[in-house]
Design a protein around this ligand. Structure first.
Ligand SMILES: Cc1cc2nc3c(=O)[nH]c(=O)nc-3n(C[C@H](O)[C@H](O)[C@H](O)COP(=O)(O)O)c2cc1C
Ligand code: SF4
Length: 302
């Protein structure tokens, strides 16, 4: 983890209010002669100090301002509790997995904005070690799809062999049996449709994919990538786009290293989500409820 201090404080501007010191999680800053000074040897580089300073006296040189290309936004912080919660939750609940897309490309500025939005998510130790790979058109998606299909064909050939499934189950490895029960038939149909070019059941004929990953330098790579993913899904909905997570492509990438190589992934980089992004050719009227959940309240004994 890189804890290099990149904080610069303009002592002429500093009024010595101490707010940056209070919010700093690493004690990077302290007050010296009534002015904020960098005295710590480590920094999380989270930028709390920049965000809190009332006179813009602090900079963290490695942090870039959030710039969006396809829409405008204010850079002022929205205070706790001052936004419309009902509307936010309505947006969250309105996001649906989209499996019908228009034959219309997604502008690269929009795809890049989605990635910038992804990076507003939290990350373990603020590592921000996520990676984003864009497949911006059908040609790229179809080449990637061929790699995934090669994996799926192999998996289905294995799952076909009943004695193999039985032996693995006896050894306590029942994944193949489970796969056979739940997915085998559907995958056969998907493979046939792909080969005959009838229908793309893998990526739903979408026009762009975003692959979200993380490098081994991240302390919580999977969590980081999935939090960025959820931001992308919600923002895409707000921008008029439909999205769908493609789980089988993630499985293929995790089991067959050659696919990552073809995509140019770095060593130690893993993909945790594959997001189909396109203009939706479906529309809903209602928000769908979820299964009832019962939270657990703890009653711990000391
Ligand atoms: C990890 C994960 C993997 C998924 N993989 C696929 C997939 O390969 N293909 C697909 O059509 N939908 C996929 N989905 C979408 C789910 O089927 C969908 O989220 C679920 O049915 C709930 O519907 P909603 O997203 O519209 O609320 C996936 C979702 C998740 C969270
Ligand atoms: S928040 Fe700004 S003004 Fe206040 S002590 Fe820190 S640098 Fe100085």
């Amino acid at each position: 983890m890189d804890l290099t201090v990149n904080t610069i404080i303009d002592s002429k501007k500093c009024i010595g209010c101490g707010l940056c010191i209070k919010v700093c999680p690493y004690e990077t800053i302290s007050l010296v002669d009534g002015k904020a000074c960098v005295t710590g040897e480590n920094s999380l580089n989270c930028g709390h100090c920049v965000a809190v300073c009332p006179v813009s006296a602090v900079r963290v040189t490695t942090l870039e301002p959030l710039k969006t290309l396809s829409f405008g936004m204010e850079n002022d912080w929205i205070k706790h509790g001052s936004d419309d919660t009902g509307h936010l939750v309505q947006l969250m609940a309105s996001r649906r997995s989209c499996r019908n897309f228009k034959d219309m490309p997604v502008d690269r500025n929009i795809l890049e904005d989605l990635i910038a939005i992804g990076t507003t998510a939290p990350s373990g130790s603020n590592s921000q070690e996520w990676t984003f790979t864009i497949l911006p058109d059908r040609t790229q998606i179809e080449i990637f799809g061929e790699h995934v299909l090669t994996f799926l064909r192999r998996l289905n050939r294995m799952a076909q062999v009943a004695p193999l499934r039985r032996v693995l189950s006896l050894l306590g490895k029942d994944e193949l049996e489970h796969y056979h029960e739940r997915y085998y038939e559907r995958m056969e149909e998907l493979i046939t449709n792909w080969e005959t070019k009838k229908k793309d059941m893998l990526f739903h004929d979408v026009q762009a994919l975003i692959l979200v990953g993380a490098t081994k330098a991240a302390s919580c790579p999977q969590e980081d990538a999935l939090l960025a993913t959820q931001n992308i899904l919600l923002a895409a909905h707000a921008m008029g786009l439909g999205t769908c997570l493609i789980g089988f492509a993630v499985v293929a990438l995790s089991r067959d290293q050659s696919i990552g190589k073809a995509l140019g992934l770095a060593r130690g980089e893993n993909i945790y989500s594959v997001i189909a992004v396109g203009w939706p050719d479906e529309c809903y009227h209602k928000i769908i409820p979820r299964k009832k959940i019962m939270p657990r309240y703890t009653n711990l004994n000391s």
